[in-house]
Design a protein. Structure first.
Length: 166
């Protein structure tokens, strides 16, 4: 019988989520990132940036030593008050987003690797406790957050004539 450790399950969840989300993005063009999956939805560039900023914020609240520094103006461009901005020059290229996602996730995985599993039971940062009571809950949220947005990429892919991925 194989014993699965909690950190291994969280890491596996993060890897699966990344694989799906990156799979959906992989063959899109930079211009496609400015498409919105439906009326009232945020365009893909904003969503990707939101994922990057949110992961940094969540991880930094628990492990500030693993915080990724963002390019100047990145966080502001992806703030919730900018969801209506359709100026592509205010956003990044797909390659830049993927590079940032890689750096941020590497820091998250490094934090996961460095922590003792008993830390997963510690209380989450105060502002997140109502939603995620423990550090373990927060790490699972970080791992699954891209999957929460993955479904919004699918309508854009279909509109662009891209193949079904999964």
């Amino acid at each position: 019988m194989i014993a699965v450790h909690v950190k291994d399950a969280i890491r596996s969840t993060m890897n699966l989520s990344d694989m799906v989300f990156r799979g959906y993005l992989g063959d899109l063009e930079d211009a496609d990132l400015m498409r919105r999956p439906g009326k009232g939805c945020n365009h893909l560039a904003w969503q990707i940036g939101h994922l990057v900023v949110a992961e940094i914020m969540m991880l930094g609240g628990m492990f500030p030593e693993f915080k990724t520094e963002l390019p100047e103006g990145f966080e502001e461009a992806h703030h919730k008050d900018k969801v209506d901005c359709d100026d592509a020059s205010k956003f990044n290229t797909l390659a830049e987003y993927l590079e940032l996602m890689t750096k941020v996730r590497a820091n998250t995985l490094a934090a996961l690797e460095a922590m003792d599993e008993s830390k997963l039971d510690d209380p989450a940062p105060e502002q997140m406790r109502a939603f995620c009571p423990t550090v373990g809950d927060m790490m699972i949220l970080i791992g699954t957050h891209p999957m929460m947005h993955a479904g919004q990429v699918v309508p854009v892919r279909r509109e662009c004539g891209k193949p079904v991925m999964f």
